[in-house]
Design a protein around this ligand. Structure first.
Ligand code: ZN
Ligand code: ZN
Length: 187
C-alpha cells in the first residue's frame, strides 16, 4: 500500500476540517463550532450515537511546527440498552479530542507511523477516525440504565423493580423444569 493514498477527502464532508484559512505559522489559531450529522455505526455494541443525530463540534485548530493540533470536545446523544435489564437508555456523551495531524512531507510525516500521528491531506483533516476512537473509549462496554440497576430475575426474566421483595422460584412447576434447565445450559 502506498504511504499516501491520493487525496480522497471531500472538503464538504461534515467531519472533514478544512485548514486553508489557518496560517501555517506556529501559534495560529482557528475555532470550529458546528453541528454535523453523526456517521453510521458510531459507538459500541450496546450503546452508540444514532446515525444522523446532531454532533456538536467545539474544536480548536492550532498550527504547530509540524502540522495542526486539533483539540476540543464533541457532544452528542446516545441511545442504547441496559446491560442488565435491556431497558432503553437515552443519554448524551461528551468526548475529548486531542490529535496532531502532520503536514504532508513534514519530518513528523516521514518519521512516524500513521497509526501514531494523524496525517493531513493537503489542507484537509479527516476527523472521523479520531472521533470514532474517542467515542469508543468514552462509552461504557456495559451500559446501565442506572448505577444500581438490579437487573432481571434470572428465572422469570421480570425486572426486580417490578417484583415483590420476597419473590423467589423455590417451587418450579414441573412443566417448566425442562425449560429452566435449557436456560441454565445457555448460561
Ligand atoms: Zn437496567
Ligand atoms: Zn422470577
Amino acid at each position: 500500500m502506498p504511504k499516501h493514498s491520493p487525496s480522497s477527502l471531500n472538503p464538504r464532508s461534515p467531519l472533514v476540517l478544512d485548514t486553508r484559512d489557518l496560517p501555517r505559522r506556529p501559534g495560529a489559531l482557528r475555532t470550529v463550532k458546528r453541528v454535523v450529522p453523526a456517521p453510521a455505526d458510531l459507538g459500541v455494541e450496546l450503546i452508540g450515537v444514532p446515525e444522523g443525530a446532531d454532533l456538536d463540534l467545539d474544536l480548536r485548530l492550532e498550527s504547530v511546527s509540524e502540522g495542526v493540533l486539533v483539540s476540543g470536545t464533541i457532544t452528542g446523544p446516545v441511545k442504547g440498552e441496559c446491560g442488565r435489564c435491556l431497558r432503553e437508555i437515552n443519554d448524551s456523551v461528551v468526548v475529548n479530542v486531542q490529535e496532531l495531524y502532520a503536514y504532508e512531507n513534514s519530518t513528523t510525516d516521514t518519521t512516524t507511523d500513521e497509526d501514531e500521528v494523524g496525517r493531513m491531506q493537503d489542507d484537509l483533516i479527516d476527523l472521523e477516525p479520531a472521533l470514532r476512537d474517542a467515542v469508543v473509549l468514552t462509552l461504557p462496554t456495559n451500559p446501565l440504565c442506572r448505577e444500581d440497576c438490579p437487573g432481571l430475575c434470572p428465572e422469570c426474566g421480570v425486572h426486580w423493580d417490578d417484583l415483590p421483595a420476597d419473590h423467589s422460584h423455590q417451587q418450579i412447576d414441573p412443566r417448566w423444569a425442562g425449560l429452566s434447565q435449557l436456560t441454565r445450559k445457555e448460561e
